[in-house]
Design a protein around this ligand. Structure first.
Ligand code: NTF
Length: 831
């Protein structure tokens, strides 16, 4: 307000508004201007990188206009906002997305052409913003796209990691990790050096009496680190709404303390302080579905949460409303338990800083937060040692103890006869050492808890959070099945298919209401349409085949069935089942006569995905896949019948090439382990079929597209426990087909058998926790069905079209509307 221009001078501002380019010529002018002035280059030294930079800057200018307007409008109307707190945002590239969302890609394409560049090459220059591990981070990115596209006043809050998820190299069949320094040139972020928050760690709590004799807690001393805001514009599709993603970067607090150190000759230790501060936002933890409990991770969490809440509260206070109106203005969604400290921090602000009474404050807190659970895997549920909390966040630990005390008191009143209940639901686990159970804290501190697919939401209510359903009633728990943005995952990744769909459904409006895809169903029997459809799939496969040739120097036949499994490598996702199946197929081919071989359907098995650097078993799986590939791919008996490909460094931009090229994708987790999965949705939406287990969103995909259009197999989730029990008591013999696979591995056919001993014995000797042996036969049988059905291409393509037509439900727009209505109580605000 202090910086606003006085009335008489505003006219000069209004008449000089920058409007951005409106046509090709204006765009060209913008690009040339950026090359020559912003980048200080010329037509004599403009390479692809410079052309990318200038193009990005021109589109950025466009976005900023809408972004400013959107933010001004949100401030002016003082409407309720949703704040999405996520430690991961797996955004991928921004330029293509920005061009498509503002409908400027055609202009850019012809302009760049005239200036001497191919738009695909220019798009390819951008580094992925890879600030996430997998599904959880990509979901957050899809949500940002949907919130902006649906005009919800929404902000994302996260960390600005200097290093995103590592880059994966495959050397001699092994994964090697390379740091991902992605910030060299990032035109999409705006440093806000004026938006900073000082964050405190360690120290101690002093209690004193205020003027009214009330005890107040004061947290003082310790270390201070400064959070600096970096903002990224998030454009909506075909709307001026442009939301903000605010990422915090850490730097040393510039207090007098530093000065004294410099002056007193402690230069080195002063620089060391600086580095310690910068370490907080230096690196994304590379684990997917695993909690490792490192102190720096807890520091990251508090740093990010405290800065975000300070920002949110500061914004709320500008409106001068009463505190009890806070939940009418602010909704905060916790993406998993990573931001759960926000619950404690808001309670601390309200009672320690703003002087509210506990109960009044707590009512505000619980009305503000919602919590999304993304996993039931015990190793992924966050717990922090009480001692670490005491050391790092002493005041927060006190508040957690109080939250727990009041919670347990209320439980005891309602269930006086259930003696075990209190210890079961306590936020503090009475173990050695004692632990803070973050999921329980998140449940107690939120008004809604949701899972991410129907089966998963049922499972959390009947297993890990069962007691809380008894305590709070079923209404506090709900399901919001995940979704994906059709803008990136169809329109951007598969432009030709998008164009074909638009030509049949009446334009690109289907991108705003994905349920209108159902209009496609009437063309299933249209031969010409099917032919066009098949041609597009083939072209996408040719593109992937070229990519495989250029990166791995392996020739694959685009007419073969492309069978794809790309996702983080994890035992529960069972890439080992897939590769064992591939080995089985190979052994069968080897046994066949030349005549029999001719009848076989050729296949390319494509894998991709990163293993967490400390996950040894996952790395063994990668190694086995690569070794199998190097044997199979050069075996003359096999030829085109089978190729095994491991694509290096799977990420969002590679997914955009791989997914549209798949005929069959694998989503084969042990039933009950994959909370939802979202790539399953992407593959079907791009006209590929699925082989999968009855797990996560596969179940709802089946319900939507029909069971005749999906290849389901394997154990059901309700039977998993009994089967595991059988293994424990030795009541299971390894499947005979799988035994042949193991024999081949142990004979050294795929390299030193010792290398893969652990993979074999996990199944054979150590209880087969993921039920690979139990599901092997039905997996192989189902793959046989796939082979047969793929031979009938007309029927196969019909299935693909029908499936796509029925995928409307899986748009992240549907998903965000459900959150908005059921959890956030928030309305769209058109700009
Ligand atoms: C993941 N969870 C699940 O494993 C996926 O099934 C799901 O699709 C995504 O979340 C998004 O909901 C996690 O990454 C975590 F952190 F919870 F383990």
């Amino acid at each position: 307000v202090e910086a606003s221009i006085p009335e008489p001078q505003r006219e000069a501002w209004t008449k000089n508004q920058f409007d951005g380019f409106k046509n090709k010529d204006e765009f060209e002018k913008e690009v040339v201007r950026h090359v020559e002035t912003t980048l200080a280059r010329s037509m004599f030294n403009c390479d692809d990188v410079a052309a990318y930079s200038a193009t990005a800057l021109a589109f950025r200018d466009r976005l900023i206009k809408d972004w400013n307007k959107t933010q001004q409008r949100q401030t002016f109307t003082d409407s309720k906002r949703i704040y999405y707190l996520s430690l991961e945002f797996l955004m991928g590239r921004a330029l293509d997305n920005a061009m498509l969302n503002v409908k400027g890609k055609d202009i850019a394409k012809s302009a760049l052409d005239e200036l001497g560049f191919r738009i695909e090459d220019i798009i390819g220059q951008e580094n992925d913003a890879a600030l996430g591990n997998g599904g959880l981070g990509r979901l957050a990115a899809c949500f940002l796209d949907s919130m902006a596209s649906l005009n919800y006043p929404a902000w994302g809050y996260g960390l600005r990691y200097r290093y995103g998820i590592f880059k994966q190299e495959i050397i001699d069949g092994y994964q090697v990790e390379v740091p991902d320094y992605w910030l060299d040139f990032n035109p999409w972020e705006f440093p806000r050096h004026d938006v900073t928050v000082d964050i405190q760690f360690y120290g101690h709590v002093r209690k004193s009496q205020d003027a009214n004799g009330k005890t107040v807690a004061n947290w003082e001393g310790g270390e201070t680190v400064t959070a600096v805001a970096y903002d990224m514009p998030i454009p909506g599709y075909d709307t001026p709404s442009t939301n903000n993603l605010r990422l915090w970067s850490s730097k040393a607090a510039s207090g007098e303390f530093d000065f004294q150190k410099f002056n007193s000759g402690e230069y080195e230790s002063s620089v060391a302080d600086q580095q310690r501060a910068e370490t907080i936002s230096a690196v994304l933890y590379p684990n997917d579905n695993l909690d490792r409990g490192k102190e720096l991770r807890l520091k990251q969490q508090y740093f990010w949460v405290a800065a975000s809440l300070y920002d949110i509260v500061r914004r709320f206070k500008k409106s001068k409303r009463a505190w009890r109106e806070f939940p009418d203005q602010v909704a905060i969604q916790l993406n998993d338990t990573h931001p759960t400290l926000a619950v404690v921090e808001l309670q601390r602000i309200l009672i320690d800083k703003e002087g509210l009474e506990w109960d009044e404050a707590w009512a505000i807190v619980t009305a503000t937060f919602g919590y999304t659970n993304h996993t039931v895997l015990p190793e992924a549920l966050e717990k922090w040692p009480v001692g670490l909390f005491q050391h790092l966040l002493p005041r927060h630990l006190q508040i957690i103890y109080d939250i727990n005390l009041f919670f347990l008191q209320s439980v005891e009143k309602r269930f006086p006869d259930d003696r075990d209940m209190l210890s079961r639901v306590s936020i503090i686990e009475e173990s050695q050492p004692k632990m803070v159970r973050m999921a329980y804290l998140a449940i107690v501190g939120s008004h809604k808890v949701n899972g991410v697919a129907e089966l998963h939401s049922d499972l959390i209510q009947t297993t890990i959070f069962k007691d809380f359903v008894k305590i709070y009633g079923a209404d506090k728990f709900t399901n919001v099945t995940n979704g994906i943005t059709p803008r990136r995952w169809l329109h951007q990744a598969n432009p030709r298919l998008s164009e074909l769909i638009a030509s049949k459904t009446g334009g690109y409006d289907y991108l705003k209401d994905l349920t209108t895809l159902n209009k496609l169903e009437q063309y299933v029997d249209d031969k010409a349409f099917r032919k066009e459809w098949a041609e597009i799939k083939y072209a996408n496969k040719v593109r992937l085949a070229k990519y495989i040739k250029s990166t791995l120097d392996i020739t694959v036949n685009p007419a073969a069935l492309f069978d794809v499994q790309v996702k983080r490598i994890h035992e529960y996702k069972r890439q080992q089942l897939n590769i064992f199946g591939v080995i089985y197929r190979y052994l069968q081919i080897k046994e066949m006569s030349a005549e029999e071989r001719k009848k076989q359907a050729p296949r390319v098995s494509i894998f991709g995905g990163k293993a967490a650097p400390g996950y040894w078993m996952a790395k063994q799986i990668i190694h086995l896949i690569n070794n199998v590939g190097s044997v199979v791919n050069k075996d003359p008996d096999v030829g085109d019948l089978l190729k095994v490909i491991f694509l290096e460094d799977y990420n969002v931009s590679k997914a955009e090439i791989i997914i549209p090229a798949s005929d069959l994708s694998e989503h084969i987790s042990t039933a009950g382990t994959e909370a939802s999965g979202t790539s399953n949705m992407k593959f079907v939406l791009n006209g590929g079929l699925i082989i999968g287990t009855c797990d996560g969103a596969n179940i709802e995909i089946t319900r939507e597209i029909g069971q005749e259009n999906i290849f389901l197999f394997g154990t059901l989730s309700e039977d998993v426990e009994d089967l595991r029990h059988n293994h424990t008591y030795g009541k299971h013999a390894v499947d005979s087909g799988l035994q042949k696979v193991f024999d081949a591995i142990t004979s050294g056919k795929f390299g030193d058998a010792n290398d893969f001993g652990a993979l074999v014995s996990a199944v054979r000797d150590h209880g087969d926790y993921y039920l690979v042996s139990d599901d092997f036969q039905s997996y192989i049988d189902t793959q046989k069905m796939v082979d047969e059905e793929y031979k009938n291409q007309e029927e196969w393509v019909s299935k693909c079209i029908r499936s796509v037509a029925r995928m409307g439900f899986f748009s992240s727009d549907r998903c965000i509307n459900e959150y908005a209505e059921e959890i956030w109580n928030i309305e769209p605000l058109a700009v």
